[in-house]
Design a protein around this ligand. Sequence first.
Ligand code: PNS
Length: 161
Amino acid sequence: MRTAICPGSFDPITVGHLDLVERASRIFDEVIVCVMANGEKRPMFTLDERLELVRGSVAHIPNARAAAWDGLLADFARQEGAQALVKGVRNCIDFDWEYQMAQINRDLWPELDTVILPAQTRHLHISSTMVRDFIRHGQRLEGIVPPGAIPVLAGIREGRK
Ligand code: PNS
C-alpha cells in the first residue's frame, strides 16, 4: 500500500488544493489530507472547521481522507506509515520553500520523500489568502473553493452569527 500525505494549513482549502489531492489520489493507493495546527499562524478558521472543510471537499474521492495533526509532519507520516508527502507549487518561490521543507522532513525521517506537483495554470492565482479576503468582503466563492466546502462554509457562517 502506497500512502501519501497532502499537508497544509488549509485556511481554508481551495480548488488548487483539491486539484492536488485528486491528482495524488491517482498516483497513490491512499491519500491523507492532513490539516496542520501550525502554531505560528493565526488562522481565520479553527482546526476543527478546517478539518470539516477538507472532509466535505474530498468526500467524493474514495481513497482520500482528512486528518488533523498538531506536531511535526514527519511524525504524522511515520505514524501513518506514509512513504511520501505531496506538495503543490505555483512558482519558483513555492518551489524554493518546498525544496527546503523536503530536506528538513527527510532529515527528520529518512524514509519519507516529497513529491512536488506543479499547479495547473488556471489555479496559479488562487490562494487561501485570496479566499479569506473574498470571505471578508462578501464575494462569491464558487470556482475558488471546492463545491463540497461551500455548504460547510455556510454552516460555519451561520454558527458564528
Ligand atoms: O498550507 P501551508 O501553510 O503552506 O502548510 C505548511 C505546513 C503546515 C505544511 C508546514 O508548516 C508544516 O509542515 N508544518 C508542520 C510542522 C513541521 O513538521 N515542521 C517541520 C519543518 S520546519
